[in-house]
Design a protein around this ligand. Structure first.
Ligand code: SF4
Length: 337
């Protein structure tokens, strides 16, 4: 069981990443990356797959090196588990990191296509690369990657390459069991990433507004990376000029949470309430993960739960932990077939 409450298991076939700091440290969701610190501990313990992905600088700071490793022994995990499970893909990396080759992404999507009993949650801060991959990928490439990198393991689950080809194509496209999401920790991140997510074919799209670093309005999102071409996304005449309502444009789930950790940045409960209200008004399920360490300290609940992740101490109106239905993503995928 994962400690991340909005999933059941984490699946880490790829390890390693790079922080995206941009022009504002204050509003970077990567600044206090928990995965980087965890990777350093795992590397020190000699766990497989972590070699070379993190290093300690002379003044003591830990940083990703930019190297990413494929972990062959982790790759087959979903195939080996028959019990339907929700998996968070790559909690220790970003599947669309620039060092993860398109062939590796083909491989991961091939495994997800073969694991229709499961649901996969893919969350990225690099939707531009995700879109680029979606625009050029073919299911033949997924088969080739599986045969090339994992055939000795995969062949136990499919009898021959013809069966593999059928099994990969059967679920349709986009895969009904794969949810795509982007991190939205600031208004800039919303403006930069949501339009790209909406351009990407997905059975279900979600937003992870964590760590929430400022108040965000999802009903007035700008297209920082150009216009949207997806049919059905409209620039609402009632909106401020050049903005659109992302919550009426194909988003099906929201996660909201404040930052945790010893140096966590402040998260105002009103920012969380404001976002929850937007999802509720749009009729979209929302999952409040935690109110964050800063709120835990100020509310005197730190000793009970350091990240304020126990809903029983929250204001009643924020005690919401909803999920989208699996049926909803299957129905959405059917529209594309
Ligand atoms: S993208 Fe995710 S894993 Fe990578 S540095 Fe940022 S927070 Fe960490």
């Amino acid at each position: 069981m994962s400690q991340i409450q909005w999933t059941q298991q984490t699946w880490n076939p790829i390890l390693g990443c790079t922080q995206i700091i941009g022009n504002s440290q204050e509003l970077s969701g990567c600044l206090h990356c928990y995965a980087m610190r965890q990777a350093y501990r795992n590397q020190a313990m000699g766990l497989r797959g972590y070699q070379g992905v993190v290093k300690k600088l002379s003044f003591g700071a830990i940083v990703w090196t930019g190297k990413v490793n494929l972990v062959p022994e982790a790759l087959l995990k979903p195939l080996q588990r028959l019990k339907p499970t929700t998996w968070f893909v790559n909690s220790m990396s970003d599947l669309f990191h620039e060092s993860v080759s398109f062939e590796m992404i083909d491989l991961i999507f091939g495994i997800m296509a073969l694991s229709q009993q499961h649901t996969f949650q893919v969350l990225t801060k690099r939707p531009e690369r995700m879109l680029e991959w979606f625009e050029q990928t073919h299911r033949d490439d997924w088969c080739n990657a599986l045969v090339h990198y994992a055939w000795s393991g995969v062949s136990k689950f499919v009898n021959g390459t013809t069966n593999l080809d059928v099994a990969i194509r059967n679920p349709g496209f986009p895969l009904p069991n794969v949810w795509l999401g982007v991190s939205v920790e600031s208004q800039f991140a919303a403006d930069e990433r949501i339009p790209l997510l909406l351009e990407t074919p997905a059975a279900l799209r979600f937003l992870s507004c964590e760590p929430l670093l400022e108040s965000i309005d999802l009903t007035t999102v700008r297209c920082l990376n150009g216009g949207l071409t997806q049919p059905g996304v409209d620039f609402n005449p009632g909106q401020p000029l050049g903005t659109f309502d992302a919550l009426s444009a194909g988003i099906s789930w929201g996660i909201v949470g404040g930052e945790s950790g010893y140096n966590a940045r402040h998260c105002c409960v009103e920012w969380i309430r404001h976002l929850v209200g937007q999802f509720k008004t749009a009729g979209i399920p929302v999952f409040v993960k935690q109110l964050g360490t800063s709120w835990a300290k100020s509310s005197g609940t730190y000793r009970y739960h350091s990240k304020c992740g126990a809903p029983d101490v929250w204001p009643e109106d924020l005690q919401i932990r909803e999920f989208p239905s699996r049926e909803r993503s299957h129905a959405r995928a059917a529209e594309f077939i």
